[in-house]
Structure formats: structure tokens, C-alpha cells
Design a protein around this ligand. Structure first.
Ligand code: ADP
Length: 485
């Protein structure tokens, strides 16, 4: 794939620590493979816990000078970083598809989306306003400052190798924090390419480091136990989020958690059915179902169930599966064999409990990491897919009778990230959007992600919000100053 790049130097095979490109002292590396072809595309340093501690020490030294800059100065650096990301959009997209598998069109969109956080929070850097409060006694003056929290550490997954990092690092840097990221070991190349561009944009040495390692739990421990780290930000499964929260408790560390979802996608009988079908396709099959906001349970009201199912089947059968680097591919491979195993497990469990295959249901002839996009009807709440996130191209259609029933079914989960519904009746729309216990509700749309809105979950889907003016709060502390005059 390097032959496709205008700037092959964006493929970096060293970690980026304290402004230097480094190998592991042990000489250990790990392989990055292209999920569509299975070939090794890079060997990346497998850093030790001690080397990650060093990255934290450098971040701690670098943060003071960075925080002392004016918001405008930090904004200028972030703006440059954004501009360079966009100037290199095509190369960054190719690198992403090569390591992650998503179709090139989706990778391009993710680079623009990811860079959007850098642009947005760069602008916010100038607007970290404090407060004055009328004193409680005649001699008292009360001022509230919002100051950077300190060194922030992040752990991110492989499904959005660029945007999951920028939505953390951009607000951190805008606030005046330094940041150490440990990207998923399946997709470090996107993170390293981003670091190379950050360096070129003038992000000072040590303010942003990328530590690559396969020892996720060791690095997680270092992030939680190192007293120099004041903030942990994580995107991944609820299971790992719980482990990290427990570990972070010893230091009473501030945590932001973007965890699993189990998104309901509801189609009411007054919905525009064609629009709902299109929304379901985008919401369910984007990134081949590997997003935490993908529809997991599709609830369709009785009267429109058969029509919706037929139309969805027709659209799903048009989706072209292939190597993300090939023109026209709409669904790439899944990230690894374990992902296919989970899709099969959910499908088999559903079939055992009465579901019927409408389309798909088989491995794809392209290879072991490909699966046919699959729709089943007659799904019910006893099936695994009703409670667990599939993270793959499997769309189960549940049938429901009325609003109250579907609201109860939709909310019957430990998760609360994204939810969607299609309806036209105004009273119904207002009632349902208010009743869904989710951090995000898409009404008559299947696509909700943008840097200008607060993304995050309730219940066991997480803590904190990323994006919008709220996204910077996770990297700031309030300081109340009481002055007697
Ligand atoms: P996913 O299914 O998206 O891989 P995970 O929660 O397993 O979700 O992984 C998300 C990120 O967390 C990945 O970068 C992974 O390597 C990392 N990770 C996994 N286990 C741990 C752990 N015990 N401590 C810290 N990070 C972990």
C-alpha cells in the first residue's frame, strides 16, 4: 500500500516519545497486519511499562510551558495540525484502510471527522472562560479559574484509529494538558502518522507522545498508578472500562469512559420507510457494524414490519463486500477472526431461538475475515443480540406493537450510548426522544457523529462527553479563589 501514498514517510515504524522517534530498548516489535489480505504491513516497537513511564515523565515536564502559552498560541498550533491533517487526508485514509480494513471512502470521512476535533477544540482554546461570583461577605471577592488538569493518558480501540484519538488529544492540548496515547495494537500506524504531522505543526516535544505496546493491561496499570497522570481517558469495552475505573480509584484519578453500546433502532408505523431503510443501512453497516453506535437491535412496528424487512433485504443485497482499498467496496473485512466468531455466535444463538435468515448468514468467499451482511427476522429478547453488542454485520429485526412496549424494550439494557428512531407524528417524536435512556438519540437519522455535539453514554456506556464545548471540561479543573480586600 505504500506505493499508493504521495508521502510514504507518513508510515512510521517507531514510537513517538518526548519528540523523538524511538524503538523499544528490548528491540521487541509486534506486527501490524492488513485485515483484508492478512499480510504484515509494519513492525512496531513493543514498549515496556518502564518506557511508558518515561513518556509520562517527559509529558509532565513539557506540560508547564504548554499551559503557559496563551489560548491563541495553542489554537494556532492546533489549527496548523488540522490543516496538515486535511492536506494529507488521502494518505492518512490509505494508511487507515490498510491497517483497519474499512472502505477508503469511510477512512477519508474519518480523517475529516477526526481532524474536525482538532479544529474545533483549537478554536475553544481561546474560550476557556472563568467566572466571577458576587462575594458572600462585603470584603470577599470570588473568582473561578478553569485550569488544565495536568498529564492526560489515553487508551483507544482499533475501530476509529484516528478520530478516537483526536477527540481526546485535541481538547487536552487545547486546555493546556500534555497527552500520552496508547493506540490499539491493531492500528498504531494512524496514530503515529498523526504524531508525525503534529510534530510538523509545531506541537512541542513531550506534549503529545504515542506509546505502542501489546501489553495493554501493563500500560493501563502504569497510566492508573503513575502519580504524574491526573486524567485517564478510555474508549473501548465496558468490561475493560470497569477494570480501569477500579485501578484508577487508588489514585482518585479523573476518568472519561466511552464504553459499549447496544443501540436500539426503532421504526414506527408512521415512519418514512425508505428513509428508515437507508438510515438502518448506514447505522448498522458503517465500518461493517464495528462502531459503538451501530444499531444492534432493530425494532419494527407490526404494520410496517414486512415492508421494512423486504426493503432492507433488497438494499443489503446491493452492498458490495471487498478489500477497502478497492474502488466501490462498501463493506470491508472484520478486524480479526475473533470478530467473525462473535457474529457467528450471535447468529447461531438467534437461529436456535427462532430467528429466520432473510439474507446472508454465511462466511464470505473472500476469506476468513469477511462475512456476508446478514439480516434475520423474528428476533426476540431472549437472544444474545438483545443484550450484547455484536460489533459486526448482523441485523436482527424485532417486532413490536406500541410505543410503550418498544420504549421499555429499548431501555431494557445496561447500556445507554446511542439510540435511533423513525417517526413523523410530533407527539410521538417528543415522547420517545424524552423517554429513551440514552446519551444520544437520532430522530429520523442513522448518523449522529460530529465534533460539534456532545458524544457520550449514560448507564454503563460511560462517563463524560467528547466533542462540543462540553468536551473540554474533562481536561479542566475548577479553582475557586476567595480574596479578602
Ligand atoms: P475492543 O473490543 O474495542 O478491542 P477492548 O476494551 O478490548 O475493546 O479494547 C479497547 C482498548 O483497550 C484496546 O486498545 C485494548 O488493547 C485495550 N485494553 C484491553 N485490555 C486492557 C486492560 N486490561 N487495560 C488497559 N487497556 C486494555
Amino acid at each position: 500500500f505504500t506505493a499508493l501514498l504521495s508521502d510514504p514517510s507518513l508510515v512510521c515504524s517507531q514510537a513517538f516519545v518526548g519528540g523523538k522517534w524511538v524503538d523499544a530498548a528490548s528491540g521487541e516489535t509486534f506486527d501490524v497486519t492488513n485485515p483484508a489480505r492478512g499480510d504484515v504491513i509494519a513492525r512496531i516497537p513493543d514498549l515496556s511499562r518502564e518506557e511508558v513511564a518515561e513518556a509520562i515523565a517527559v509529558a509532565d515536564r513539557a506540560r508547564h510551558a504548554w499551559a503557559a502559552k496563551t489560548g491563541k498560541e495553542r489554537a494556532a498550533v492546533l489549527r496548523k495540525w488540522f490543516d496538515l491533517m486535511m492536506a494529507n487526508q488521502e494518505d492518512l485514509a490509505i494508511i487507515m484502510t490498510a491497517e483497519q480494513g474499512k472502505p477508503l471512502a469511510e477512512s477519508r470521512a474519518e480523517i475529516a471527522y477526526g481532524a474536525g476535533f482538532i479544529e474545533w477544540f483549537g478554536e475553544e482554546a481561546k474560550r476557556i472562560y472563568g467566572e466571577t461570583i458576587p462575594g458572600h461577605q462585603p470584603d470577599k471577592r470570588i473568582t473561578v479559574l478553569r485550569q488544565p488538569i495536568g498529564v492526560a493518558a489515553g487508551i483507544t480501540p482499533w475501530n476509529f484509529p484516528n478520530a478516537m484519538i483526536t477527540r481526546k488529544v485535541a481538547p487536552a492540548l487545547a486546555a493546556g494538558c500534555s497527552f500520552v496515547i496508547r493506540p490499539a495494537s491493531q492500528t498504531p500506524l494512524s496514530a503515529l502518522a498523526m504524531a508525525k504531522i503534529a510534530e510538523e505543526a509545531g506541537v512541542p516535544a513531550g506534549v503529545f507522545s504515542v506509546v505502542t505496546s501489546t501489553s495493554a493491561s501493563e500500560i493501563g496499570r502504569e497510566f492508573c498508578e503513575n502519580p504524574k497522570v491526573r486524567k485517564l481517558t478510555f474508549t473501548g469495552s465496558t468490561e475493560v472500562g470497569r477494570i480501569l475505573l477500579r485501578q484508577a480509584a487508588d489514585q482518585v484519578m479523573k476518568c472519561s469512559m466511552e464504553l459499549g453500546g447496544n443501540a436500539p433502532f426503532i421504526v414506527f408505523d408512521d415512519a418514512e420507510i425508505d428513509a428508515a431503510v437507508q438510515g438502518a443501512i448506514m447505522c448498522k453497516f458503517r465500518n461493517n457494524g464495528q462502531t459503538c453506535v451501530c444499531a444492534n437491535r432493530i425494532y419494527v412496528q407490526d404494520a410496517v414490519y414486512d415492508t421494512f424487512a423486504e426493503k432492507l433485504k433488497a438494499e443489503v443485497e446491493k452492498l458490495s463486500v471487498g478489500d477497502g482499498l478497492d474502488d466501490g467496496t462498501q463493506l470491508g473485512p472484520l478486524i480479526e477472526p475473533a470478530a467473525i466468531k462473535k457474529v457467528r455466535e450471535h447468529l447461531q444463538d438467534a437461529l436456535d431461538k427462532g430467528a429466520k435468515i432473510l439474507t446472508g448468514g454465511e462466511a464470505h468467499p473472500l476469506g476468513e475475515q469477511f462475512f456476508q451482511p446478514t439480516v434475520v427476522t423474528e428476533a426476540n429478547q431472549q437472544m444474545k443480540v438483545a443484550t450484547e453488542e455484536t460489533f459486526g454485520p448482523f441485523a436482527p429485526l424485532f417486532r413490536f406493537k406500541d410505543e410503550d412496549e418498544v420504549i421499555e424494550l429499548a431501555n431494557d439494557t445496561i447500556f445507554g450510548l446511542a439510540s435511533y428512531f423513525y417517526a413523523k407524528d410530533l407527539s410521538r417524536v417528543v415522547k420517545v426522544q424524552e423517554a429513551l435512556e440514552y446519551g444520544i438519540v437520532g430522530v429520523n437519522t442513522g448518523i449522529i457523529s460530529t465534533e460539534v455535539a456532545p458524544f457520550g453514554g449514560v448507564k454503563q456506556s460511560g462517563l463524560g462527553r467528547e466533542g462540543s464545548r462540553h468536551g473540554i471540561e474533562d481536561y479542566l479543573e475548577l479553582k475557586y479563589i476567595c480574596t479578602s480586600v
